[in-house]
Design a protein around this ligand. Structure first.
Ligand code: KG4
Ligand code: ZN
Length: 358
């Protein structure tokens, strides 16, 4: 089955053709980063206008690079939330019109579920139950998936997403946007023990994440040390590199300690780390270490599939289409959708002798 995936939830206009949910025939990503850079972050109005201009040529390119024609496509899968409403609407309207015109099914995909399916490429198939850390610019959640397509959020961020923390710290340091890759490069030459940033403790004791305190700690540290944001073209000092390394180390430790704690609680057979922040080598290394300690495989997407792309949307769409699910033409963009099945809660799942705590 050939699925055309379409992704426009934030600042990437992406289209991909995927065969049987696992083979990428083409994956085209147009990033608007250069346009938003100037403003230090994504400007929603500009993002939707850019999507409108680019969606048609990007889909055409994906079809042509796949070496197929539109009439070979069996279904269209599109991100319908969460994300920026104006951006989502462009993709959803386009996908609907295309599917209607071609007389083929189409399906709305939750963007976060897309990130989950990004590990379907270049990895062994996921063995369930799985515990998946999805870390991106907009989301930081840990999901327990007792079986394919069923999700329960077991840890979530109480404030900022991990990627957002990288972006904000980079902005304070005057490094630019997006912050994650820029901080990672400098962190390689810095000492992660140079500055002791705090890991937030959640007052009700739940194993959740929190990054807004870290952001404030970075700000206070910069003020106390008199570190100014880098001017254009200025070489970062050793002090800035140390701050980057210490900041990155704190984020990685906050993420992985929850991953480990919840692995011991939920006893999954597979760990998954996906989303834009999963590009980060320090996070990959630390998560792999936990996997080794617990004797669990850790699956990561290839780095080019960690950040937003349409191949992962096509893969998630394929999974649902095989189950006979498809969306009606009344499907709309929905920024509030969550990835959580109520029946996971209700079923009180059991596997062999393990009683999952949900
Ligand atoms: O998944 P993604 O492309 O978009 C969202 O769904 O949000 O993730 C983008 C986020 C940005 O916040 C970016 O700073 C972060 O992923 N990111 C990284 C790295 N590469 C991208 N964070 C840490 N280290 C990286 N190497
Ligand atoms: Zn994403």
């Amino acid at each position: 089955m050939l699925v055309l995936g379409v992704e426009t939830s934030c600042d990437e206009t992406a289209a991909a053709v995927v065969r049987d949910g696992r083979e990428i025939l083409s994956s085209v990503i147009y990033s608007q980063i250069d346009i938003h850079k100037e403003w230090g972050g994504v400007v929603p109005e500009i993002a939707s206008r850019e999507h409108l201009l680019k969606i048609d040529p990007i889909v055409e390119q994906a079809i042509s690079e796949a070496g197929v024609s539109l009439k070979d496509i069996d279904a269209v899968a599109v991100t319908h939330g969460p994300g920026l409403i104006g951006s989502l609407l462009v993709g959803v309207s386009y996908a609907k019109a295309l599917a209607y015109g071609l007389g083929i099914p189409f399906i709305g995909v939750n963007h976060i579920e897309g990130h989950f399916f990004s590990v379907e490429f270049d990895n062994e198939p996921v063995v369930y139950p799985a515990l998946a850390l999805i870390v991106s610019g907009g989301h930081t959640n840990l999901f327990f998936a007792p079986e394919a397509g069923k999700y329960k959020v077991v840890s979530r961020t109480r404030d900022d997403a991990a990627g957002e923390a990288f972006d904000k710290a980079a902005k304070m340091l005057g490094l630019g946007y997006p912050g994650g890759p820029l901080i990672e490069v400098l962190a390689k030459e810095g000492d992660p023990k140079a500055v002791r940033f705090p890991i937030a403790k959640i007052s009700d004791g739940r194993p959740d994440f929190s990054f807004s305190g870290l952001k404030t700690a970075v700000m206070r540290h910069l003020e106390a040390e008199g570190v100014e944001p880098l001017a254009t073209g200025e070489e970062p000092s050793q002090q800035v590199k140390n701050i980057c390394a210490s900041f990155q180390d704190t984020v990685v430790r906050s993420l992985t300690r929850v991953l480990k704690k919840q692995s011991l609680e939920f006893l999954p057979k597979t760990l998954i780390v996906a989303g834009g922040v999963a590009c980060n080598h320090a996070l990959r290394e630390q998560a792999s270490k936990i996997g080794k300690e617990l004797g669990l495989p850790v699956l990561f997407p290839s780095r080019h599939l960690s950040t937003d792309n349409a191949a992962m949307i096509a893969a998630a769409g394929h999974f649902h289409l095989l189950r006979g699910e498809e969306s009606g033409l009344d499907l709309s963009a929905d920024v509030t959708i969550r990835l959580q099945n109520t029946d996971v809660e209700e079923a009180g799942l059991r596997a062999k002798n393990v009683r999952y705590k949900l």
